[in-house]
Every structure is written in structure tokens, then in C-alpha cells.
Design a protein around this ligand. Structure first.
Ligand code: E4P
Length: 215
């Protein structure tokens, strides 16, 4: 499973990159609005830091506007993927951009049918938002299971990109289901390796090593 960082922060990407296992980055308007630099500058910089894909989201809500913004984003770099919301006007935009060879990440997915339609329109990625479903007492991970089953049933090639991840168990569950990618905030990425038994075990090994016979 690939690990993406869900952020607009260059600093967080730099820190995550230290581990050497970061595959991509997803951004959205809310994440970019938190940053102080112009968003096009941030996106350009991210494309040079991570192999990608790097998702940039359109804000137009009409088909022509989404296509126009998508084409603009695609000019930034080869590793840019255009994020399009799964609304009626978005479906022809997904189809058009994909037919031009611009990869599309379909966002704000909350149902299996939205995921099926995105795949039929040619989306490269589908982003089901599991944390936001959990927030309204609906099991987000069940949506991932359903989408993986439907895509497998029909041999659909769209990648399942688990989004709105809130804690490391979401990552474990997504991996058990066989999702392709998890995108997560830095706060979650930073916890993935944590285990208290590893820390205690290492502390004890090092303490015992002090007592070892050296000659
Ligand atoms: C996905 O690409 C979105 O940017 C993101 O995962 C949304 O997460 P949130 O529900 O924590 O805002």
C-alpha cells in the first residue's frame, strides 16, 4: 500500500520525507488555505519534493471551469493529478480530462455508487472520505470494502485512495482490505512506527549492553 501525506505544508512533507517511504501528496482548498505562500507556488514546490502523484483540487463547480482549472494544474508538472469532486458537473470533466491523458483523483466520495461512476468516467483514483463518515456514525471502512469488491467484480483499474484518515488503525484496516493508497495527515504518519514495546525493548538491550564482558 502506498502512503501519501494529506497536507499543504512544505515543512511536514520535508519531515515525512526523512523516512524515505513517502509516495505522494494530496492537497485540498482547506489545506492550502492554511499556508502563507501562494497555492501555485506551494504545489510547484511539492512536485519537486515527492515523486508523486500530487493532487491539486479544482474549485470551479461547472464542467467547463473544472476542465479549465484541471488543464492549468496539469501544466505545473508531470506528477500532478487533478482532483475533481463527484458531482454531476464533475463526471464529464473527469471523462474529458482523463481522455486528454490528465489523471484525475475523484474526491468527496461517500458512496459505492459514486465510486462506480467515477471509475466508469475514467478516474485514475477514487478518494472515499472514511473519517468524515465515522464522524456521522457510519462505518467509513465498510465503504472501502464495498468499493474494493465492486472494482474487483468488474476489473476496474481505478485506484482506491483512502482519505480522511484519522488514526493509525485506519491505515491498518485499509491495508487489510487491500486498498491501494492511504493519505493521512502528518500527525497520523508520525505515529505509524510507534510501539511502546519497541522502546522498552531497545532501552533494556542498551542497558544490558553496558554490562557486557568486553575482554
Ligand atoms: C483527501 O484527499 C482530503 O484532502 C482529506 O483526506 C480530507 O480529510 P479530512 O476529513 O480530515 O478533512
Amino acid at each position: 500500500m502506498k502512503f501519501f501525506l494529506d497536507t499543504g505544508s512544505i515543512d511536514e512533507i520535508r519531515k515525512a520525507n526523512e523516512l524515505g517511504i513517502l509516495d505522494g501528496v494530496t492537497t485540498n482548498p482547506s489545506l492550502l488555505a492554511k499556508e502563507k505562500k501562494p497555492y501555485m507556488e506551494i504545489l510547484r514546490e511539492i512536485t519537486t519534493m515527492v515523486k508523486g502523484p500530487i493532487s491539486a483540487e479544482v474549485t470551479a463547480t461547472d464542467t467547463a471551469g473544472m476542465i479549465r482549472e484541471g488543464r492549468e494544474f496539469a501544466k505545473i508538472a508531470d506528477n500532478i493529478v487533478v482532483k475533481v469532486p463527484i458531482i454531476k458537473a464533475g463526471v464529464p470533466a473527469i471523462k474529458q480530462l482523463s481522455s486528454e491523458g490528465i489523471e484525475v483523483n475523484v474526491t468527496l466520495c461517500f458512496s459505492p455508487l459514486q465510486a462506480l461512476i467515477a471509475a466508469k468516467a475514467g478516474a485514475r483514483f477514487i478518494s472515499p472520505f472514511i473519517g468524515r463518515l465515522d464522524d456521522v456514525s457510519t462505518e467509513g471502512m465498510k465503504l472501502i470494502e464495498d468499493i474494493v469488491t465492486i472494482y474487483t467484480n468488474y476489473g476496474l483499474k481505478t485506484k482506491v485512495l483512502v482519505a480522511s484518515v484519522r488514526h493509525p488503525m485506519h491505515v491498518v484496516e485499509a491495508a487489510l482490505i487491500g486498498a491501494d493508497i492511504c493519505t493521512m495527515p502528518f500527525s497520523v504518519f508520525d505515529k505509524l512506527l510507534n510501539h511502546p514495546l519497541t522502546d522498552v525493548g531497545l532501552k533494556n538491550f542498551l542497558a544490558d549492553w553496558e554490562k557486557v564482558t568486553r575482554k
